[in-house]
Design a protein around this ligand. Structure first.
Ligand code: ADP
Length: 459
């Protein structure tokens, strides 16, 4: 059986008191020897007072109970969607209902905390940068990528002006535009500290129920993409320029040859020889361009490569040229050095180094090709006693079309692409190439390659 509600309890209490009072009056009357009209009036008065008191007290208790019950109902409706409200008719029932709602609220809070933590972890794991700004342009949140890009500490205090913290005015301005237009705004920003970066930014207002005017800014690092675009543009410009010069020379020489042919066969012969030389230059350039595009395509035909055999074959191919130029061509090859790699590309690497060594070494000089192998790596060295490379140029010689002495390189048939090919082949095999040089004394190129071959299976 359910215990009576608070109003019922009070009512019962007051009525019991009235009945006790009337019983007491009757007992007094019986003891005094008779029921007088006065006594009846007193008893009736006591009953009326008891009922009045009971009614008043019940009203004063049940009103707050009802409003408390309504408040709890509203709380359940708004905070616990789908809550099935069972109207309690006494305090204990209301307490039970409240306890159940509290448990549900705690569960919901745990779920929300978990959701928030998960969302935070996702934002933290993004490669892209994410910032949250308030309506006044203050920085509230910066994920790890953004903190790295702007050199911000991990324990960054939220609420500082974004412009001051980030050191870039465009971000706060972009956030302002997004807030004003209520539409996403984009721009590209360059950051110089702690590292040079080009970032593509997108700002949009957050449609949330919290404080309004908050803006999210997402950022993508496009430094590499930009660099590649510039490289590609430069490459096309450089290649066109390199091709233009010999083509123009051939045209002029051919025209001159035509006019010289009837009257001056000797001069005509000279022009024909020069046309042949220019054609050779064009041929070398086109071949180097094709080699470069082939190695840059990134496809490797990986197989076991006998490096000793390969080195002998490449060096053998230069024997005549070296002899012509009275250059001693020597090899010191450790036997049985083999690796996994693309034989054709490794051959290209070695022939470019030997070709340079022979071209940039004066007669009577020496070019030496060394090969050493250990369990994990093979080391190829091409040393010459040539003119050497100025220290200030060493960092640039691996760039495409870069030549230390343009006129001399052209004269000797250089295209400026050889070392770019060398570096690309070494790196695509998971190796490195370094250079040591002393002006007037000679140069050593060292290529270190992993015996196991390229780091990932060739596609
Ligand atoms: P190139 O076809 O002009 O030789 P490379 O890319 O092979 O182009 O070399 C770039 C530049 O580096 C050359 O123009 C040359 O100035 C310098 N260089 C390369 N190898 C040597 C070497 N063994 N000795 C001296 N200079 C060299």
């Amino acid at each position: 059986m359910r215990p009576p509600g608070p109003a019922g309890l009070v009512l019962t209490g007051y009525l019991a008191m009235a009945v006790l009072a009337v019983a007491a009056v009757v007992a007094v009357a019986v003891a005094a020897g008779g029921v007088t009209p006065t006594l009846v009036a007193v008893a009736a008065g006591l009953l009326v007072v008891a009922v009045l008191l009971a009614v008043l007290t019940v009203r004063s208790v049940s009103r707050p109970f009802a409003s408390l019950s309504r408040a709890v109902h509203r709380l359940a409706d708004s905070a616990v969607p789908g809550w099935r409200w069972t109207e309690p008719d006494h305090l204990e029932g209301l307490a039970t209902e409240l306890a159940a709602i509290t448990t549900r609220l705690r569960d919901r809070l745990d779920e929300l905390t978990e959701e928030r933590d998960r969302a935070g972890q996702i934002v933290d794991a993004l490669d892209d940068g994410v910032l949250l700004l308030d309506g006044a342009g203050r920085l509230l949140v910066a994920n790890p990528a953004a903190r790295t890009w702007f050199g911000l500490p991990d324990d960054l205090r939220p609420g500082l002006p974004a412009q001051r913290v980030l050191g870039v005015s465009q971000i706060a301005e972009l956030a302002e535009t997004a807030a004003e237009t209520r539409a996403p705004a984009t721009c590209i920003v360059s950051v110089v500290f702690p590292e040079y970066r080009t970032l593509a930014l997108r700002a949009f207002s957050l449609a949330d129920r919290g404080p309004t005017g908050r803006i999210v800014v997402t950022m993508t690092d496009i430094t590499q993409r930009r660099r590649l675009e510039v490289l590609r543009r430069d490459f096309v410009a450089n290649a066109s320029h390199e091709l233009k010069t010999p083509v123009a020379a051939v045209r002029v020489l051919a025209e001159t040859l035509l006019t010289a042919l009837p009257d001056d066969p000797e001069a005509a012969h000279g022009f024909a020889v020069r046309i042949g030389r220019e054609a050779e230059r064009l041929d070398t350039l086109v071949r180097d361009l094709l080699d470069l595009s082939r190695v840059e395509r990134g496809t490797l035909d990986v197989e076991p490569v006998d490096l000793v055999g390969l080195a002998k074959e490449v060096v053998g191919g230069y024997a005549d040229r070296a002899e012509e130029r009275r250059i001693k061509l020597r090899t010191e090859l450790q036997p049985n050095v083999a690796m996994r790699g693309d034989r054709a590309q490794l051959g290209l690497l070695l022939s470019n180094l030997v070709d340079n060594a022979v071209r940039y070494t004066s007669p009577k000089g020496t070019v030496r090709v060394r090969l050493d192998g250990s369990e994990s790596r093979a080391v190829l060295q091409v040393t010459d006693t040539g003119e050497g490379i100025p220290a200030s140029e060493l960092s640039r010689i691996f760039e495409r079309f870069y030549r230390v002495d343009k006129a001399r390189a052209r004269r000797t048939g250089g295209t400026g692409l050889g070392l770019a090919i060398v570096r690309h082949v070494a790196e695509s095999h998971g190796g490195t190439v370094t250079v040591d040089s002393e002006l007037g004394r000679g140069t050593t190129f060292t290529v270190t390659l992993p015996i196991a071959g390229p780091p990932s299976p060739a596609v």
